[in-house]
Design a protein around this ligand. Sequence first.
Ligand code: 9UX
Length: 71
Amino acid sequence: MKQVQLQIMGMHCAACVQRIEKRIGKIEGVNQIRVNLATGNATIRYFPKQLNLSYIQSRIENLGFKVSTIQ
Ligand code: 9UX
């Protein structure tokens, strides 16, 4: 299990957070996702053997948000 942080841009209300947590949390291999509306920070725990981070990133982008990695 790996834990990473992503920066999500373009969220404007709590429904955005709900939508991202629900959709991304359902992906096979994602253990947990917590999104902070105020900071745009997403904490994601996932299984690297099942998927990679860029896949998660693209799935969030497909919901209409911009995503960048935090180093
Ligand atoms: Mo809120 Mo987010 O009205 O895509 S759901 S801005």
